[in-house]
Design a binder for this molecule. Structure first.
Ligand SMILES: [Zn+2]
Length: 197
């Protein structure tokens, strides 16, 4: 799932009320510039997609990684590519607030004290979403796909011990990540000799 201004805008429009629909029940999405009431049924349907889009933001936005980032820094994705302008970010923020996944770190009346007058937001995803990474074996050159939780993957890249970052991962998969060697090559290499990589 790639985060783009188009997909955010389409999702935003999809979750709004359509002509003739009752607006008695709505989910409020109060972002930085906009304040909208979403159709709760369609918002619920789009929630998995919204989660995936939010997870494409820089990982420091996660409560358990960086603890939150400024609205100003939400214009780039997890790979540091710019994906949108302020109005696009605001639509994503409205969706994230309405689904209860995003929250502001400071009350609105204090925003003027923050850099650029823009708030910090924190992302709290309860359910982890897996992403597939492809690891190339250094020995045979074959690619092996690995399903990882991107939060755990980031923690490991930032220095957390692999057994703490991925407690449920098989030993073979951990080895592939650490040494870049697939199971087949590993077994060929290590029946007798003890080699330091
Ligand atoms: Zn191999």
């Amino acid at each position: 799932m790639k985060l783009t201004a188009q997909i955010v805008h389409d999702t935003f429009l999809e979750c709004l009320f359509k002509d003739g629909e009752s607006t008695d029940n709505y989910k409020l999405g109060e972002a930085v510039l906009i304040k909208v009431g979403f159709n709760p049924k369609r918002l619920k349907e789009k929630e998995p997609l919204i989660d995936k889009l939010l997870k494409e933001l820089p990982t420091d936005i996660h409560k358990n990684i960086g603890g939150g980032i400024s609205f100003l820094n939400m214009c780039v994705d997890i790979n540091d590519n710019q994906w949108g302008e302020h109005k696009n970010i605001d639509e994503l923020v409205a969706l994230g607030i309405a689904t209860g996944k995003l929250s502001f770190l400071t009350p609105r009346k204090m925003w003027n004290l923050l850099p650029g007058g823009m708030p910090y937001l924190v992302l709290n995803l309860i359910k982890h979403i897996m992403t597939t990474i492809s690891v190339q074996c250094k020995c045979c050159g074959k690619n092996q796909d690995l399903d990882v939780d991107p939060i755990s993957y980031t923690k490991w890249q930032k220095g957390m011990l692999i057994q703490n970052a991925f407690p449920d991962m098989s030993a073979d998969d951990r080895e592939l990540l650490i040494s870049g060697t697939c199971t087949i090559c590993w077994e060929e290499m290590f029946p007798e000799e003890d080699e330091t990589p």
